[in-house]
Design a protein around this ligand. Sequence first.
Ligand code: PMP
Length: 465
Amino acid sequence: MYSAASPLPDQTDRSTSDWQNLDKSHHIHPFTDPKYFDDRGVRIITHGDGCYLWDSDGNKILDGMAGLWCVNIGYGNRELIDVAARQMEILPYCNTFFQTATPPQIELAARIADLTPGDLNHVFFANSGSEANDTVIRLVRHYWKIRGESNRRIFIGRNKGYHGSTLAAVSLGGMQAMQNFDGTVLPDFAHIMEPHWYAHGGDMSVEDFGVAAAQKLEDKILELGPENVAAFIGEPVQGAGGVIDPPMTYWGEIQRICRKYGIVLVADEVICGFGRLGEWFGSQYFGIEPDIICMAKGLSSGYLPISAIAINTDISKTLHEGGAIVHGYTYSGHPVSCAVAQANLNIIEREGLVEKVRQETIPYFRACLNDLADDHPIIGEARGAGLLGALELVQDKSRKTPFAAADGAAMFCRDAALDKGLVMRAVDQAMILCPPLIISKSQIDELIDISRRALDDTALKFGLL
Ligand code: PMP
């Protein structure tokens, strides 16, 4: 029977195996096969500093995934800790339903309106990327009803798109395994091919493929009937689907097609927002002005849960005429999360982090990934943009022969990297990297060195080195 030995977990005298056994007995892990823990325990992460984590056995681990694509300013930032403590003292909670608001909410909404491209001047708060996307679905359908076009209900997303894990977000996304998990896909969602040139481009040039992939949107709109389509949603660079960066010709075409049919364009910037691609928003990197942007993760660098959707003036004006917004969350605009997000944005701005990653870190990171891919026998493609990278594992480079899923090559490589002190993620047959924005060039060298050794181990295991 569990009894808390002390109010703070790090002050207990439990051993690693005590924690592991307790975890096994009581804790269900998201996106994890419970059987994984039948014959081993979880790794207990005890603390973090900068780009590093430490586990309960004292191992220091470079966090090549910035947590889950979120800890952009790194761990242990004193300013954020102090702001959170201070806001908790002043006012730890206040709802936004009863015609009330707090200074941190108001300031943050105005700041987001300022930072986002175009006229995205109105902001709704939620707590996670999934909730932000559920909110988009409800508000956009409500918007079309107010406009007298209530048939416009369908959201078009993309295969391998990731928009979250709630029922609606899973339907919006294009992750087959998630849809199969509970067997529910809600009506009024459609999907088109993801713009992955290496997988689908064949003999086409990258540029031509970008246009052809965008054309799939127009085909789908015509198939469904434009009068039934509410919105198109996409991540500027698809993250959880395997870091799929579209050709530079893609997004402009998508925007053109949305405008042609009067369809709302939504950019899910939950990963790409706040500097990940070397611009404040991925939409700016690709030169588009969406009607709605969803954001989360990097908004608070993951220190507290918060998400937001920024909406353009046209949609906001219509919503203004449509009666009550019958939607919201207890923790919408949580004052402590808002205060922490504001402090996080202050740090990014003060330290010129967006410019710094654009000018220094990103070019170095990309060159290192490309060199690694050129050299290494089991990397078929290095892809991504900004500080988002994927290394596609193959058995035969010239034939692009993938490993069989059952071989578990990517999971093997991930575990090998972790044993050597680096968090990478495995998605299908790709190794994913998304380091904190504060990563230095020498830390990138360390990341590449460990990746190379983990890839060598993987190649050796499969007799390819
Ligand atoms: N959208 C995107 C693009 C994401 O990457 C994620 C999370 N990885 C989400 C939405 C869902 O966010 P959350 O897990 O906070 O619900």
